[in-house]
Design a protein around this ligand. Structure first.
Ligand code: TEU
Length: 532
């Protein structure tokens, strides 16, 4: 792999198309909307767009229930629109990454329809995990596995068979021991690489393989019956041989707490890169952040893969809200609403976190709206919520809709230029200050910070992949140096601190104190040994 490959230090922007921009004004975002906003994305300065699933889907899980991997959902547009979008983005220097969901399909996928029709014991059912139940009449699920969204991971059909779904019942799990499942996915990868995509994000990548005996899960069992199984590595090695002729990038959603197990997916003949979700659960505390950075870099070093940094995605609480929760140790990645939140504090910390992550070695993922500093929307009326996590938890978990609210582009009131009068989720009445239009001309806005930081990051030879050295030992200030005299300093102490002498200020996440000291929760980019 070329050491200067584009993705090794890229800034990648996640588009959740449903909520990005609505070109046909029907309330749902679409590809026409994205195409109309390509100049915005180019001005933002991102290297690639990762699209959450844009395929035909009944939207039982916001598109992560895919009915056909070779087409575009009619609500989003057509395959021709996608091809135009890929080409237009590329002309602006922006690559496209698609989302592949190998663990499951929609219950409307042709394979699952056929399996339902063909009945118990059929060859069609072998593509999934169908089983008879336990108990006298098979009335108990085959095992005690739980769905990630709550409740049993099994649903029973009228014909008596049960089928496995680690997510919603509308998302039956595929049987990856079946050669046709492997063949189909490799064909789908080629289908999208042939259409010019630069990479693939692999959904729930560590959950795809199952113990064929489907044993009950006993705490502490190794190997786990459905997480991080050895069979996965053979599957992804095979994908790598599909991707390599296209220079395609494989990006794993590998959610594993054990960093050494995580790094196994990044061996040279497996995935190129994988999301590092550590910051989503890391409190805003100096020792924890330092340990997280050191641990991440140490895990990646032996396999030679660059690290990645993630502050947000479509599954977690918006960054400014998460960092604004004084009472929670700032560790909130799980969804919870109604926790006292200080948005001013959260925004200050989110701005500092943005400069921190953009200065660390490796690539960075941004979730749409993060660059606008959007807060979590916590007051969506219950009858409008769509996330299965909300329903399957019996309403105890508010779900993930609060970070998926349609973006505000312009104007003073909903729909804020999103398109159409009735966005699929309602936007707050006080979002006029968050519109791209309002922020574009404000040098102190979150959008201006991201634009400036991304521009500097591109121009700065020491940023992206490469070495970093701490400038000091443990303490409340995180300061490190990159090549070319670049330094990043984040003050996590309660008091303002002095900055190094002989340096030039390149960018600050917030105002410095009058005496030039660095206030708390503020991050700066500096050029050392350059007093100018
Ligand atoms: O998420 C996989 C995953 O690990 C989830 O269980 C995650 O922990 C959960 O959303 C709580 O944050 C991926 C997608 O990112 C998610 O949107 C999908 O719902 C899920 O897969 C099923 O496809």
């Amino acid at each position: 792999e070329a050491t200067d490959a584009w993705w090794r230090g890229a800034a990648i922007y996640q588009v959740y198309a449903r909520s990005f921009a609505d070109g046909d004004a029907d309330g749902t975002g679409d590809l026409a909307g994205v195409r109309s906003r390509l100049p915005y994305l180019a001005a933002l300065g991102v290297d690639a767009l990762w699209f959450s699933p844009w395929y035909p889907s009944p939207m039982a899980d916001g598109g992560y229930d895919v009915a056909d991997y070779r087409a575009i959902d009619p609500a989003f547009g057509t395959l021709a629109d996608a091809e135009k979008l890929i080409a237009e983005a590329r002309a602006l220097g922006i690559r496209t990454i698609v989302d592949i969901v190998p663990n499951h399909v929609s219950d409307r996928h042709v394979w699952f329809r056929a399996a339902l029709d063909a009945g118990p014991g059929s060859a069609e059912r072998k593509l999934f995990h169908f089983r008879t139940g336990r108990g006298e009449d098979g009335e108990l699920p085959p095992n005690g596995w739980r769905s990630q969204f709550g409740g049993s991971a099994w649903t029973r059909l009228p014909d008596g068979d049960w089928y496995l779904h680690l997510f919603a019942p509308e998302q039956p799990d595929l049987n990856w021991s079946h050669p046709a499942v492997r063949q189909e996915h490799e064909d789908v990868l080629r289908f999208w690489f042939d259409r010019g995509v630069a990479g693939v994000r692999i959904d729930s990548a560590a959950m795809v393989a199952k113990d064929p005996d489907l044993p009950d899960f006993v705490e502490g069992t190794d190997p786990h019956p459905y997480i991080d199984r050895d069979e996965l590595h053979d599957i992804y090695r095979s994908w790598r041989t599909v991707a390599d002729p296209y220079d395609g990038v494989l990006i794993g959603e590998v959610w594993l707490p054990d960093t050494e197990r995580f790094a196994r997916y990044l061996r040279p003949d497996e995935l190129h890169t994988a999301f590092n979700f550590d910051f989503l659960a890391c409190p805003w505390e100096p020792e924890r952040l330092r340990a997280s950075i050191d641990g991440t870099l140490a895990a990646h070093a032996p396999v030679g893969a660059p690290a990645t940094w993630v502050l947000a995605n479509h599954d977690v609480t918006r960054t400014v809200t998460r960092y604004g929760r004084r009472d929670t140790g700032f560790a909130f990645a799980a969804k919870a609403h109604g926790i006292p939140t200080d948005l001013e504090l959260g925004t200050r910390r989110a701005r500092a976190a943005a400069l921190l992550t953009l200065a660390l070695p490796g690539s960075v993922y941004l979730f749409q709206g993060e660059e606008l500093g959007l807060p979590e929307v916590e007051d969506i009326p219950a009858e409008l919520l769509q996330d299965p996590m909300y329903f399957r938890s019996g309403g105890t978990d508010p779900g993930r809709d609060g970070c998926r609210v349609p973006l505000p582009w312009s104007g003073e009131a909903p729909p804020y230029g999103f398109g159409g009068d009735h966005p699929w989720l309602p936007q707050p009445a006080d979002w006029a200050r968050y519109t791209a239009e309002a922020q574009e001309t404000d040098p102190g806005s979150m959008l201006s910070l991201y634009r400036t930081a991304l521009e500097l990051r591109r121009a700065e030879p020491g940023l992206g992949e490469g070495p970093m050295d701490w400038l000091d030992g443990p303490g409340d200030v995180l300061a490190f140096r990159r090549a070319g005299g670049f330094a990043c300093v984040l003050n996590l102490s309660a008091d303002a601190v002095a900055l190094p002498a002989h340096r030039r200020l390149l960018l600050a996440s917030g105002p410095l104190a009058e005496d030039g000291r660095l206030p708390r929760d503020t991050c700066v980019w500096l050029r050392l040994d350059d007093p100018a």
